[in-house]
Design a protein around this ligand. Sequence first.
Ligand code: ZN
Ligand code: ZN
Length: 167
Amino acid sequence: MRRCCHELAAAPLYRCPRNGDRPVPERGDDAVDIQCPCGAVQLRISSAPVAQFWCHCADCRRVHNAAYVGESLYPAESVAVLSGETIAFTLRTTPRVSCARCGSRLFADLTDIGMRGVSGTLLPEEAFDPQLHIHCREAVAPVRDGLPHYQTKPVAFGGEDDAMMAW
Ligand SMILES: [Zn+2]
Ligand SMILES: [Zn+2]
């Protein structure tokens, strides 16, 4: 059912916990500082990624206006907003945090698993090396490469089975 603008306005706003109550982590050896394309928002990533993948799910495609999306997953506490104003939008379940100025998607707040999925396009090229494709059953642009193409997502990521797409 379509929700009118009044209902949307009444919906509780998701406030991106800037850094919660945590101090911004020191810039350790593993830290990577990245920024959105306009430079207004700076992020500090202070651990190695848990996983990097291409996501073909309908939600990612819609909010990014893209055929599929690169994501780099980290424990939420490892991704801190250093500066700049952010806005968030939740399509169905996952708040997506963007730069308030240029609108570029920064990360998805996967609150149920305590992770943040940073947009792969923000990382330095050598720091984004996806190992798999997920939600390929929803794909609109099949990608034929040497990576595994999961129909949904691997059991290790909370998926139901490890079924592959036959691309
Ligand atoms: Zn997705
Ligand atoms: Zn920006």
